[in-house]
Design a protein around this ligand. Structure first.
Ligand code: GAL
Length: 365
C-alpha cells in the first residue's frame, strides 16, 4: 500500500529537525491505523503505530555514525495483524503467562482464553497487542511524543473492569524512548503491561545476538516449570548462568546443562531486579559499539533470547528473523502473579491508577 503523508508537526521548542510525520498504514475494524515517524535533533528516528501501540523501527547510529534499524518490525500493517510474536507491541492486560488461564480475585474465579499450551500468554489471543489504539500527537512537549489509548470493555478477554490504558512514547535528543504508562479501571482487576520489542544491535536481521554482552542488575530470578510458569521459588543468581550482575555474552552460558536453561530453551525468564542503580539492564554489541540501557520502575524484567524464532517471520526490508537473532527485555511484574501470593501484587483498583515508566536508551561505547 502506498503511504500517504497526512501530517507533519514540529514540537514545542520548534527545533526544525525535531518533528513527527504521520502516514496512513491501514485500517482495522473501521479504525485508521497510522505510522508515525519521530525524529530528534540528531536526525535519529523511531517509527510507531497505533495498531498494538507498536514500535516499528528504531534507527540509531553505530560507533562510526552508520544508522541502522535495531528492532524487529514488519513493512505493512498486515504483517502486524498476522504476526503472532508481538514484535514491538504493547502487551496487556496481563503481560507474560497466567497458569491454566485462571485466577481468583475478591473470591471470584476468572477464566481466560488459553493461547500458549495450557496457559494464557500476553493477555490472550486478542489482547491489547492486537487492538487499534486511539492516537494523539502531543503538542507543546520538549521532544516528539505520541500518546496511544486503549479502552477495554468489562470482561474483554476475561479480565474484569472497564480499563483505560495509555502509553506515551517520547523520543528524546539523548536517543531515549521513554514509555510512560497509565492504566485505570472501574472495578478491581489485575494489570501487567510491557513493550515486547526485540532488539539486535547489529541491525535487525543481521546475525544472532549470542555475541551481545548483557548486564542485568538482578540478584535473583523466578525459575519456571516446563510450561514456563514460575514455580514460586525466588532463586539467587549467584553461581548460576543467570548471574548477569557483571557483563556476560548472552551466548556464553546459554547452552549449559542447567535445569532452567533446558526448561526455557535458553533464557526466557523473569529476573527480580535490584532496582537500586539508575540503570537496570544493559546490552552492548562490541562489533558496532551500540549500547542499549533499560531503566524501569517495574520489579522484574523478562530476558527472552528469541528461542522461538525460526525464520518464518519476514520483517522490514525482507529481513528474515531466525533463531536467536533478537532478544527482548520486557519490564514487568512477575509472570503468573495473580496466582502467586508471595509475588508483588498486580491488583489494580479504581482508587489508584497504575503508573509506570520504562526507558530504552541508545548510545555507543
Ligand atoms: C515472550 C515469552 C516467550 C515467548 C515470546 C513470544 O514474552 O516469554 O516465552 O512466548 O514472548 O514468542
Amino acid at each position: 500500500m502506498a503511504l500517504v503523508m497526512l501530517g507533519m508537526a514540529s514540537c514545542g521548542n520548534n527545533k526544525a529537525k525535531e518533528m513527527i510525520t504521520t502516514e496512513s498504514f491501514g485500517t482495522f475494524e473501521g479504525k485508521d491505523i497510522f505510522l508515525y515517524t519521530l525524529t530528534n535533533k540528531n536526525g535519529d528516528f523511531i517509527r510507531l503505530s497505533n495498531y498494538g501501540a507498536v514500535i516499528v523501527e528504531i534507527n540509531v547510529p553505530d560507533r562510526n555514525g552508520k544508522r541502522d534499524n535495531v528492532t524487529f518490525g514488519y513493512d505493512t500493517f498486515e504483517g502486524y495483524a498476522n504476526g503472532d510474536l508481538y514484535f514491538g507491541k504493547v502487551v496487556g492486560q496481563y503481560a507474560n503467562r497466567i497458569a491454566k488461564g485462571k485466577f481468583s480475585l475478591d473470591g471470584v474465579e476468572y477464566t481466560l482464553a488459553l493461547n500458549n499450551g495450557p496457559n494464557t500468554l500476553h493477555g490472550g489471543p486478542t489482547g491489547w497487542h492486537s487492538r487499534a489504539w486511539d492516537a494523539e500527537v502531543l503538542k507543546g512537549t520538549d521532544f516528539p511524543a505520541v500518546k496511544f489509548t486503549y479502552h477495554k470493555s468489562d470482561m474483554e478477554e476475561g479480565f474484569p473492569g472497564h480499563v483505560v490504558a495509555e502509553v506515551v512514547y517520547t523520543w528524546t535528543d539523548d536517543n531515549e524512548i521513554i514509555m510512560d504508562y497509565k492504566v485505570t479501571t472501574d472495578k478491581n482487576t489485575v494489570i501487567n503491561i510491557t513493550n515486547h520489542a526485540y532488539f539486535n544491535l547489529h541491525g535487525a536481521g543481521v546475525g544472532d545476538i549470542l555475541d551481545h554482552e548483557a548486564l542485568i542488575r538482578a540478584s535473583a530470578f523466578t525459575p519456571v516449570d516446563s510450561t514456563l510458569i514460575p514455580t514460586g521459588e525466588i532463586r539467587p543468581v549467584e553461581g548460576t548462568p543467570f548471574d548477569f550482575r557483571t557483563p556476560h555474552l548472552i551466548g556464553e552460558r546459554i547452552a549449559m546443562d542447567y535445569d532452567q536453561l533446558v526448561l526455557g530453551g535458553g533464557y526466557d525468564h523473569n529476573f527480580v531486579l535490584d532496582n537500586v542503580e539508575p540503570v537496570d539492564a544493559e546490552v552492548y554489541d562490541p562489533s558496532t559499539g551500540r549500547l542499549l540501557e533499560v531503566i524501569t520502575d517495574q520489579p522484574g524484567v523478562q530476558l527472552y533470547t528469541g528461542n522461538f524464532l525460526n525464520g518464518t517471520q519476514t520483517g522490514r526490508g525482507g529481513k528474515v528473523y531466525n533463531y536467536r537473532t533478537g532478544f527482548c527485555l520486557e519490564t514487568q511484574h512477575f509472570p503468573d502473579s495473580p496466582n502467586q501470593s508471595a509475588f508483588p501484587s498486580v491488583v489494580l483498583t479504581p482508587e489508584e491508577p497504575f503508573l509506570s515508566s520504562t526507558t530504552f536508551r541508545f548510545s555507543v561505547r
